[in-house]
Design a protein around this ligand. Structure first.
Ligand SMILES: [Zn+2]
Length: 153
């Protein structure tokens, strides 16, 4: 799951019971769905919670949902696989503020740089840009332009 090595997965949460994690700091990673015309299956969001120094609960939800326990190295792998390999429009993004990251979660190396809106030329964050029919047209819209462009399609 999420390309975490087998050796860094402690166990799968077969019952999806999770553990009592109220009040524990949590890191959330969400799928960045830039193309509103595409139906995405799989996982939409992931949360990571520290249970002890080398035991972390990774919960995921979406079309696929479940949980697993991973080691601290497993959490680093998850971060590398989802957050470090960034195209200009990232597939995943951190929804926890950088300054709220707990010390056990490594900060992403390259925060995505802004993308230019095809319509108005303004710069829009890679997690807010809209790329309808990606793969066919290369148009990129800021959320404001997308609202008006969408009505003409
Ligand atoms: Zn625009």
């Amino acid at each position: 799951m999420f390309n975490i090595s087998e050796s860094n997965i402690i166990e799968q949460d077969e019952t999806w019971g999770g553990f009592e994690n109220e009040g524990q700091p949590q890191v959330r990673i969400v799928r960045n769905q830039a193309d509103p015309t595409m139906i995405v299956d799989g996982v939409d969001g992931i949360s990571v919670t520290c249970e002890s120094t080398n035991r972390f609960y990774v919960e995921y939800w979406g079309y696929l949902a479940g949980g697993l326990w991973a080691t601290r190295d497993g959490v680093s792998e998850l971060k590398q696989n989802l957050l470090d390999d960034q195209d200009d429009i990232p597939g995943w993004s951190l929804s926890t503020d950088l300054d709220e990251l707990p010390d056990w979660f490594p900060a992403p190396e390259n925060p995505p740089s802004p993308v230019t809106c095809t319509e108005c030329g303004s710069e829009v964050s890679g997690t807010k840009v809209v790329t309808p029919y990606s793969g066919e047209l290369q148009d990129r819209y800021c959320p404001d332009c997308w609202v008006s462009v969408r009505e003409d399609l």
